[in-house]
Design a protein around this ligand. Structure first.
Ligand code: NAD
Ligand code: ZN
Length: 372
């Protein structure tokens, strides 16, 4: 439970119950800590004490409402982080990250997230799932691939979405800014889509090693200008496509926060007429942000260079349901193992320490899975 900036605690809460006939309650088996939780944890949002975090959930269905038809008690399921209705104009178009029913006017709904609806998070023993027929993805029974499937609620589809937004095609080269869990999934997705070279930029040694392990080229921005390093390796032209998997908590080498640096570096690192996929999160405006531009929701983005190079850019929350079934089936077929990104499996009691370490981007910490 979120208490205040840099402090979460483990508390006894009431079990969730069926509130609408279309709800299910799921007993959580795996629930991950995400870089998105850190926006609240680091105190840059309006999050208030008492929020139960956790939007990357999977588990076993414990109870279903009378109106649920396709999900049964005992089913093993993954819940997209987006809470979505399935029948609004955006859901019908596959844009479930922007459901107009659950959270009109905002970036859709999510579990355990400030400003994304009243849905309690799943870093807990049980989770209430609204519109359960729509918001549960069936998984094969048993316990196989638990960590691979745990990536289906958010970061594997989000990484894949980044590759789709950047329109990554077979044979292309891609710059991926950030080798955190999301950046690693984006690099992995680009390689799945047939990219010929992926440059993964970060400065945390264990994260760069994971990038190398999946076949990406690690680029350490602590060792020098990442744009120059990528241009050196691409004949001075830059890569075909670019992905931002960092967001507004981007830092420069000194550790100072500089939200625009990643977008502006991408504009330089990608060749003219290329495309950018931005899944790193930028808040619309947050007076609590430590940086005046982030506070106003404004960035010093080099629009002139972006225009001069004829670049395109896609942004936003991932529409998890557009990808999670196909990505599940790649796991089942043995053709994808996104669980490689998991660095720790811990009980809920260890969450406060795990948050602190993940927040410091401690070497050796990438994706943490909590096992209630
Ligand atoms: P993370 O903070 O662990 O990863 C970010 C990585 O970026 C870190 O490893 C950090 O060292 C690196 N970094 C910092 N500054 C950099 C720079 N200047 N250049 C290159 N790399 C830099 O978090 P994560 O869990 O991987 O999430 C990344 C972002 O994705 C967050 O903003 C998160 O909110 C967002 N996110 C978006 C969606 C979506 O649907 N769009 C879903 C999940 C997460
Ligand atoms: Zn997440």
């Amino acid at each position: 439970m979120y208490q205040e900036p840099h402090r979460v605690t483990v508390e006894q809460v009431d079990d969730p119950t069926i509130e609408a006939p279309t709800d299910a309650v799921v007993e959580v088996t795996s629930t991950c800590i995400c870089g998105s939780d850190l926006h609240m944890y680091e105190g840059r949002t309006a999050a208030e004490a008492g929020i139960v975090f956790g939007h990357e959930n999977m588990g076993i269905v414990a109870e279903v409402g009378a109106g649920v038809v396709s999900v049964r008690v005992g089913d093993r399921v993954s819940m997209p982080f987006n809470v979505a209705c399935g029948f609004c104009v955006n859901c019908l178009a596959g844009k479930t990250g922007f459901c107009l029913t659950v959270n009109p006017g905002f970036a859709g709904g999510a579990y355990g997230y400030v400003s994304m609806g009243p849905y309690r998070g799943g870093q807990a023993e049980y989770l209430r799932v609204p519109f359960a027929d729509f918001n549960c993805l069936q998984l094969p029974p048993g316990t196989a691939h638990e960590n691979d499937f745990a990536m289906l609620a958010d970061i594997f589809p989000t990484g894949y979405h980044a590759a789709v937004l950047a329109d990554v095609r077979p044979g292309e080269t891609v710059t991926v800014m950030g080798a955190g869990p999301v950046g690693l999934m984006a690099a992995y997705s680009c390689l799945l889509r047939g990219a010929s070279a992926v440059y993964s930029v970060d400065r945390v040694p264990s994260r760069l090693r994971l990038a190398e392990r999946i076949g990406a080229v690690p680029v350490d921005f602590g060792a020098g200008d990442p744009v120059a390093q990528i241009k050196d390796r691409t004949g001075g032209v830059g890569t075909d496509k670019g992905i931002d998997a960092v967001g507004y908590q981007a830092t420069v080498d000194s550790g100072e926060e500089q939200p625009a640096v990643v977008l502006n570096n991408l504009v330089e690192a990608v060749r003219p007429t290329g495309a950018l996929g931005v899944v790193g999160l930028y808040v619309p405006s947050d007076p609590g942000a430590p940086n005046e531009h982030a506070a106003k929701g404004e960035l010093l983005f080099r629009m002139g260079r972006f225009f001069e190079k004829g670049l395109r850019m896609g942004t936003g929350q991932a529409n998890v349901k557009a990808y999670n079934r196909q990505l599940r089936d790649l796991v089942v077929a043995g053709r994808a193992t996104p669980g490689f990104v998991v660095s720790q499996e811990l009980p809920l009691a260890d969450a406060p320490d795990a948050y602190a370490r993940f927040d410091r981007r401690e070497d050796g910490y990438s994706k943490i899975v909590l096992k209630p």
